[in-house]
Ligand binder design. Structure first.
Ligand SMILES: CSCCC(=O)C(=O)COP(=O)(O)O
Ligand SMILES: [Zn+2]
Length: 204
């Protein structure tokens, strides 16, 4: 129970920080944090809520299939299966999904290529890429309305315990070993997206 309370507060703090950045427009976005490995249980945001507000019904505990374990009166995020895929395939402890204008525009500009590469950018070091010629590749997948289909395509891109995937004209999902790392990766991605968009304006 102590672990659950601690994880709840940790995720609530992340939610507040992302809310200050205005990254939950129109109730979009969802967040998750792992509580136990065996059985796999994690806290996930309740669906459709105003994530800028802090309440006792912000999160609920779900199992490996995204089914609520205790709070049957709350509905888990519509995108819970994406978080399930992350915890099934990796050792990640936290996963974050936000919609921003920058991540949506980048996903549309590079969507046909199925990825965007970043090289020669200091902030790719957030992903542990310290070599001078290192490349950060962020996959871009189609925004399938059917969540199991979206999850299958999303899951196929997962290859490490930390990462990021863009869903075209929808948003980004990142994951890392804990909430600190996941937030760091999210901020690094948003910086890189904003840089890329600003650069393209300059080149016109
Ligand atoms: C209003 S945003 C559409 C759903 C979505 O993409 C999202 O991130 C929020 O859905 P949730 O069920 O997690 O509130
Ligand atoms: Zn979403």
């Amino acid at each position: 129970m102590i672990a659950l309370n601690e994880k709840w507060l940790e995720l609530a703090d992340v939610k507040d920080e992302l809310a200050v950045r205005d990254w939950f427009m129109g109730t979009s976005g969802n967040l998750a944090i792992k509580v136990t490995d065996e059985p796999l249980e994690f806290l996930v945001t309740a669906s459709g809520k105003d994530k800028k507000k802090r309440t006792d019904e912000d999160f609920l505990l779900v199992d490996e299939n995204g089914q609520p374990t205790i709070e049957k009166f709350l509905t888990p995020s519509a995108e819970t299966l994406l978080h399930c895929a992350i915890y099934r395939k990796t050792q990640a402890g936290c996963s974050l999904h936000v919609h921003t204008v920058a991540n949506n525009v980048i996903s549309e500009l590079y969507g046909d290529a199925g990825k965007i590469d970043f090289q020669g950018q200091e902030l790719i070091k957030a992903f542990g890429l310290w070599e001078e010629d290192a490349v950060l590749t962020i996959p871009i997948i189609a925004n399938h309305a059917d969540i199991p289909t979206l999850t299958r395509e999303f899951e196929a891109t997962i290859s490490a315990d930390k990462g990021a995937v863009l869903i075209r004209n929808h948003g980004i999902t990142v994951w890392g070993k804990n909430s600190f790392e996941a937030k760091k990766l999210l901020e690094a991605c948003e910086f890189l997206f904003q840089y890329q968009l600003a650069l393209q304006l300059q080149l016109k």
